[in-house]
Ligand binder design. Sequence first.
Ligand SMILES: Cc1cc2nc3c(=O)[nH]c(=O)nc-3n(C[C@H](O)[C@H](O)[C@H](O)COP(=O)(O)OP(=O)(O)OC[C@H]3O[C@@H](n4cnc5c(N)ncnc54)[C@H](O)[C@@H]3O)c2cc1C
Length: 386
Amino acid sequence: MQFTHEHQELKRNVRRFIDNEINPFVDEWEEAEIFPAKELFRKMGTQGFLGVTKPAEYGGLGLDYSYSVAMAEALGHIRCGGVPMAIGVQTDMATPALARFGSDELRREFLAPAISGEAVACIGVSEPGAGSDVASIKTTARKDGDDYVINGSKMWITNSLQADWMCLLANTSDEGRYRNKSLIIVPMNTKGISVGKKIRKIGMNSSDTGLIYFDNVRVPRRNRVGEEGQGFLYQMLQFQEERLWGAANAMQGMMDCIDVTIEYARERKAFDMPLIDNQWVHFRLAELKTEVESLRALVYRACELYVGGQDVTELASMAKLKAGRLARIVPDSCLQFWGGMGYTWENPVSRFFRDGRLISIGGGADEVMLGIICKYMNILPGKKKA
Ligand SMILES: Cc1cc2nc3c(=O)[nH]c(=O)nc-3n(C[C@H](O)[C@H](O)[C@H](O)COP(=O)(O)OP(=O)(O)OC[C@H]3O[C@@H](n4cnc5c(N)ncnc54)[C@H](O)[C@@H]3O)c2cc1C
C-alpha cells in the first residue's frame, strides 16, 4: 500500500491538531481519569477527522479505508493510549455497522452527529458474563409493539460515561446463538439506563470505562441496524475494522518508546560509557524496530486487500495479535534500559507499558485471535472456516 500526498496531508493535519489540542492536556486528563470527549470531539468533527471513511451525505469525507489506517497511525502521536482509543471507538468501532447497514433515517439521526462531533458514541458488546464468547451475551431486546424493551447489562464500555448513544448488541429472538442477535442504537438518556461506577484500570486512564445497566429500556424498533438476527455477523464485520484500527494505532507509540529510549541511552552512562554503546542495547533496539516495521507491513497488506473488497478477517486477526504481542514486548524491553527511571509513573515508556497491555485483551483477546486464525487454517478441532 502506498500512501499518497492526500494521506500524508491528512496525517500532518491530525499531527498539528494533536500538538495543539490534545498533547498539552494529556497529563491533566490522565490524572483526572477522564477527558472532555464532547468538547474534543466537537473540535475534531469541525476538522472532518471523525468521518474520513463515512459517506459524504452524512457529513463524512467518503474516503476509502486506507485513510482510516492513516488516521489511526497519526493518532498514535497522542502521548497516551486512552484518548486515541476513545476516538477509535467513535470512528471505527461504534459506527461502521451503522454506516454500512443502518437505514437513512437512523444514519441521519445518529451517524451524522457522531461524524460532526455533536454526539459521543460507544459500543456495547461485552457483558459481566461474556467477553471473548460474544455469542453467549445475555442482554435481551424483546419486541413490544413498535418498540424493543431491553434488559441486561454491558461491561467495560469505553466512552460510556459521556456517550450520547450506544451501538448495542442484544438477543432479539430465541433462534440459534449466531442468528438471534441484532445491533440496536440506544440513546443513553433513555429511561431505565443507569451507569454503574467508573471502572479504575491499570492503564488507559484518561478513557472512561463503565458498567451499564438496562432495566426495561424502551427504544423504537426502527433503531435496529439492518436486518433482525444479523447482529452477530454485523459485529464480526465491525470487529475487522476495530482490529485493524487497533493494530495501526499501536505502531507509533511503539516507535516512540524506541526513540525516547535511544535518546536516553545515548545520554545515560554506566561503566564509563553511554548505555547505547553496549551491543545488547543497540542490537535489541534495532530488533524491536524491525518487529514494528513487520507489523506495519502486515497492517498495510490487510488494508490494501480490505480496500480491494476482500475478507481480511484472518489478516486483521494476525495484525491485532501481533500488535498485542509487540505492545507487551517493546515497552517492556525499552523500560528495562531506563533502569529505575523506567519504573516511575511519569515515564513515557511506563505509560505505554500500562496502556499497551490492553491490546492483548480488548476487542478480542490474543487467544481469540489465534482461534480465528486457526479456523481459517482449518486446524481448529471440530470447526470449519467461517
Ligand atoms: C479498558 C477496556 C475497554 C474496553 N472497551 C470495550 C468497549 O468499548 N465495548 C465492549 O463491548 N467491550 C469493551 N471491552 C471489553 C473487552 O473487549 C473484553 O474485556 C475482552 O473481549 C475479553 O473479554 P473478558 O474480559 O470477558 O475476558 P474472558 O472472556 O473472561 O477471557 C479471559 C481470558 O481468557 C482467555 N481466553 C478466552 N477465550 C479463550 C480461548 N478460546 N482459548 C484460550 N484462552 C481463552 C484470554 O486470555 C482472555 O483474556 C473493554 C475492555 C477493557 C479492559
